[in-house]
Design a protein around this ligand. Structure first.
Ligand code: GLC
Length: 443
């Protein structure tokens, strides 16, 4: 087999036709319906207890903490009413040892940086208690707005002693230990935050999605349409779908050998099947695995030291994003691989660009399947889909590729398409503040 043949094969395996997209989307719809009916399903459809939509008139100062991606953020949000807000934030990189360490280390780390942030923002730390919305971007079971029992870590996090426990009292204890005047009044998911923050400024918002380290989506359903709740009264209820876990039974998604390899070596094999094919945390690793395979089959980088290329997760999504945007002779790809100790020929650089495009296009096309399923569930055929996360904000053409795949699934033929993908910057922290405000009112 020549390199050309090998590439053809990869192309076939990574290309998802419109017909398959439609089937996957129907599978999504079915699994979502099931998740609203009973607990313990592949897609949990977590009830968030966010039972109101924001009016845009919410006001006040709220803190929020955002945990769940590469960085942790502490934000002070001033809701000004009239759909306006200001925010100041500090971003802290989460070291790998924190993501896989002990519960105590994680909560103390967060409380320490919260204190640092407060000292920076206020000359004197205020005496009155500041309400805080905690945006915790993992699957949690919530009995009310102010609690969240972690179902399962994802995205490479694996902190001992947290799964199965309510994270709110854990973080609150670490905050109290530092005698900070801060009370956690709401626990939210980043998707619910994005949904609510976007609705605060844009009433046409239909759902809140994250395309970043992980993928997930939230939307408003109606209580009497959620059988597992057993409520006959009809009122809004935001649902955090946790659709990254779609297809744990491997019925729908066209997984390749490389997807299976990523799953097998992950911290949680068998979980988050869809996320592992769509999210930013895994795209670089997919590219690395494809390249390693081509090297060992003697197609590329022959005679070179591939020790760095052999390091799992050494390449993040920015490698693919930069590769897709590179100019004619692909100098950026050249220098990225040089920093991994590899010299590349033009042919190899072209191959890297092609593979990047294949991986990211498949991710974007699969991303459209969950959106179409939520549209079907909620009878939505127009409006705005609010998206946040590093992939949607930084990856070239990701938004357009999702829109084109949506058009294929929903049979749209004319532009402008009736649903627009819009970017919702800092949705999770602003949303956490708005939800903290709503929660405070209802206490
Ligand atoms: C993972 C988490 C989910 C989160 C998503 C995006 O899928 O389980 O809660 O919303 O990542 O951050």
């Amino acid at each position: 087999m020549t390199l050309q043949d090998a590439l053809k094969r990869i192309e076939t395996n990574f290309t998802v036709s419109a017909e398959v997209l439609k089937e996957i989307s129907q599978g999504f719809y079915d699994e979502m319906e099931l998740g609203l009916t009973q607990t313990g399903n592949a897609i949990p459809m977590n009830v968030t207890w966010v039972t109101e939509k924001p009016t845009g008139n919410e006001q006040g100062e709220y803190l929020s903490i955002d945990l769940g991606g590469t960085n942790m953020r502490v934000v002070l949000v001033t809701l000004k009413g009239d759909s306006k807000f200001d925010s100041v934030q500090s971003k802290y990189n989460l070291p790998a040892w924190i993501k896989t360490g002990t519960a105590n280390e994680l909560w103390s780390f967060i409380a320490e940086y919260l204190e640092e942030f407060l000292l920076k923002q206020y000359q004197n730390i205020p005496e009155e208690t500041l309400p805080l919305g905690f945006s915790f971007s993992f699957a949690t079971t919530q009995g009310n707005i102010n609690e969240g029992v972690l179902q399962s870590w994802s995205k490479g996090f694996d902190v001992k002693g947290v799964e199965g426990h309510d994270v709110v009292p854990m973080l609150q204890k670490a905050i109290d230990k530092r005698s900070l005047p801060v009370k956690i009044t709401a626990l939210i998911n980043d998707t619910t935050g994005t949904l609510v923050a976007s609705l605060y400024t844009d009433p046409l918002t239909k759902m809140g999605l994250i395309f970043g380290t992980g993928v997930n989506g939230a939307y408003y359903d109606t209580t009497d349409q959620i059988p597992k709740l057993g409520i006959s009264q009809s009122s809004p209820m935001a649902i955090n779908t946790e659709y990254g876990s779609f297809d744990s039974s491997h019925r729908y998604l066209p997984r390749t050998f490389f997807d299976v390899a990523i799953d097998n070596s992950s911290t949680r094999p068998g979980e988050q099947t869809y996320e592992k094919m769509v999210a930013g945390y895994y795209m670089g690793e997919l590219l690395r695995l494809l390249l390693v395979d081509l090297y060992y089959r003697r197609y590329i980088f022959q005679g070179q030291d591939v020790s760095q290329l052999n390091v799992p997760y050494i390449m993040d999504t920015s490698y693919l994003a930069s590769a897709e945007q590179d100019s004619d002779d692909l100098p950026t790809i050249g220098s990225m691989f040089e920093s991994l100790g590899l010299a590349t020929t033009l042919k190899e650089r072209q191959l890297i660009q092609t593979l990047s495009k294949l991986i990211a296009t498949r991710a974007a096309r699969l991303a459209a399947c969950s959106i179409a399923a939520i549209c079907k569930r909620t009878n939505v055929d127009s409006g705005n889909i609010a998206c946040d996360g590093s992939v949607i904000s930084k990856y070239p053409f990701f938004k357009e590729r999702i829109e084109n795949a949506l058009a294929e699934i929903l049979d749209w033929s004319e532009r402008p398409y009736p649903l627009q993908i819009v970017q919702a910057e800092d949705g999770s922290s602003v949303g956490a503040a708005i939800i903290a405000c709503i929660a405070q009112k209802s206490i």
